[in-house]
Design a binder for this molecule. Structure first.
Ligand SMILES: [Zn+2]
Length: 361
């Protein structure tokens, strides 16, 4: 037993181990612990920096998020406003369409009543639109009623209505410069001999009376449509030639429904529609549902027409703000062929066809 103690003591001595050493060791441990704590503290400090960075990051992220939310909110607001505008436009369009539909229905009923030939005219409302609500449409913002979609071609109409006998005869010897307006009229049975269907896209399928146009004008219209397409502008032909007989049916329907005085306010009398020259086409674009509406003038397509039609010999016959000089409200869809030279001059001078030809309207 003693031996073991002696060995143990020796071992302690050899190892330099004493309670003090033990204490030192403990101190060392403490130091280590402290060091470790320091390290930890350092680490904590580092972590603290990291945390600061993290917090900064978080703050920035929060700010970014806030910003994004604000942006989103603004976007949502803008979107809502846009939607509201679109809705308003849609409502307006719907109202216009409804009005056009009602008118078409009324036209049809008038037609049935008068037992005249059945012809729901694709352009039946255009003339009506031409002269209606003159004041408010001067700014071009208010829609003209749309032409209803084309329907059946009409049969020849033998009757010549007893209207406007005092009117002045249009001078057909002027060829493509003939003026037909409220003052100058064509014989009711006048029909150009060179009518063809232009090879362009139409807003409807099939061939109707209104699909036709005089050959020289049709050729130019084909070029115009092709070049528009190349420019990324899609146009559709809606309504070209309209016979005197068809205009007669339309006009009589309006008279039967609204009375002559009222009908004269919005519809061309037989012989007075420029469509009868075969030099006119109403054109539109899918962007406005192929409607004959003043809205077209503010679209890419409408602007393209206004800027380029003259190169092909066409003028926007009833331009914006021309009402007092043509007798018709703004019709960005109604283009009239007059030939490249005259069209260019008319456009550059800001003239009407009447002014260019020095005749009245
Ligand atoms: Zn027209």
């Amino acid at each position: 037993m003693k031996k073991i103690v002696a060995v143990s003591t020796l071992a302690l001595l050899l190892a330099g181990c004493n309670p003090g050493d033990q204490e030192a060791q403990d101190n060392s441990k403490t130091e280590q612990a402290n060091k470790s704590a320091d390290e930890k503290a350092t680490s904590d400090n580092e972590k603290s920096d990291a945390e600061v960075a993290k917090e900064k990051e978080a703050k920035e992220a929060a700010e970014a998020k806030k910003e994004a939310e604000a942006k989103k909110e603004a976007e949502a607001k803008a979107e809502a406003e846009k939607k509201a505008e679109e809705q308003a436009a849609a409502d307006k369009k719907t109202a216009d369409e409804k009005a056009a539909e009602e008118k078409a229905a009324a036209d049809k009923s008038a037609e049935d009543k008068t037992t005249e030939e059945k012809s729901s005219d694709a352009s039946s409302t255009e003339d009506k639109a031409e002269d209606k609500s003159t004041d408010k449409k001067e700014d071009g913002k208010t829609d003209s009623a749309q032409d209803p979609e084309p329907a059946k071609p009409s049969k020849p109409e033998s009757e010549t209505p007893d209207v406007d006998k005092s009117n002045t005869k249009a001078d057909l010897s002027l060829g493509e410069l003939v003026v037909v307006n409220k003052k100058y009229s064509l014989p009711i049975d006048y029909k150009p001999s060179d009518l063809v269907v232009p090879n362009v896209s139409f807003s409807y399928s099939g061939v109707l009376e209104q699909s036709y146009m005089r050959a020289p004008a049709a050729k130019q219209m084909e070029k115009m449509f092709a070049d528009a397409k190349a420019d990324g502008v899609t146009l559709n032909a809606v309504s070209g030639f309209r016979s005197g007989s068809r205009q007669t049916v339309l006009y009589n329907n309006y008279v039967a429904r609204d009375g002559k005085a009222a009908a004269d306010q919005y519809s061309a009398r037989p012989g007075h529609s420029e469509h009868q020259t075969g030099l006119v086409f109403d054109i539109s674009a899918p962007s406005v549902g192929n409607g004959l509406t003043a809205e077209l003038g503010d679209t890419k397509e409408g602007k393209w027409i206004a800027n380029n039609a003259a190169k092909y010999g066409f003028i926007v016959r009833y331009d914006r703000g021309f009402q007092s000089r043509t007798g018709y409200t703004y019709e960005p869809w109604h283009i009239r062929y007059v030939g490249v030279g005259p069209a260019t001059q008319i456009k550059n001078n800001g003239q009407t066809l009447e002014e260019y030809m020095k005749v009245g309207h």
